[in-house]
Write a protein that binds this ligand. Structure first.
Ligand SMILES: [Fe+2]
Ligand SMILES: [Fe+2]
Length: 166
């Protein structure tokens, strides 16, 4: 990392890199959870939900990209093996055993809520010490908030449709 770029980081860099790697592990698991969900999902309004899940998957991948870029800027090493994703992850992974659309949505809503919690904690940690990471985390957090909102809106639509159909 450039000298000036390093000078403006006024916090424990190892701890920061560790937090970024934990978030990176979360993003890969979130990516796969969306990706596989979009493949196996069944039930009402499936096509609309698949479109949203697929879009979210690509956005989680972009977050992974941003996090790994920042880790490298800080002279860290992005998590090298998928084996470590589970060890590092804050939010874990929920196997979509039940492919029904509402179950898939519930699992992903839960994951987004965890992501929102995790990134808001990272904002608190970086606010004083690292403006560059803070700015990146703020961008990611805004997108996770959108994700939760999108999924909740779909869930509400499905519930309304099913209630009317009765
Ligand atoms: Fe994400
Ligand atoms: Fe997300």
């Amino acid at each position: 990392m450039g000298q000036k770029g390093r000078e403006i980081v006024k916090m424990n860099v190892d701890e920061l890199i560790n937090n970024l790697n934990k978030a990176l592990a979360d993003e890969w698991l979130a990516y796969y959870q969306y990706w596989i969900g979009a493949k196996i999902i069944k039930g009402p309004m499936k096509d609309a939900v698949i479109a949203e899940l697929t879009l979210h998957a690509t956005e989680e991948l972009t977050h992974a990209e941003q996090l790994s870029t920042r880790i490298i800027q800080l002279n860290g090493v992005p998590v090298l093996s998928p084996e470590d994703w589970f060890k590092l992850s804050n939010c874990g992974y929920e196997k979509p055993i039940d492919p029904y659309v509402e179950e898939i949505l519930n699992q992903n809503i839960k994951a987004e809520q965890c992501a929102i919690r995790t990134y808001s904690e990272m904002l608190d940690i970086t606010k004083e010490g690292d403006p560059v990471t803070y700015n990146m985390v703020l961008q990611i957090l805004s997108q996770e908030v959108e994700h939760e909102e999108d999924l909740s809106a779909l869930k509400e639509d499905i519930e309304l449709m099913l209630a009317r159909g009765r």
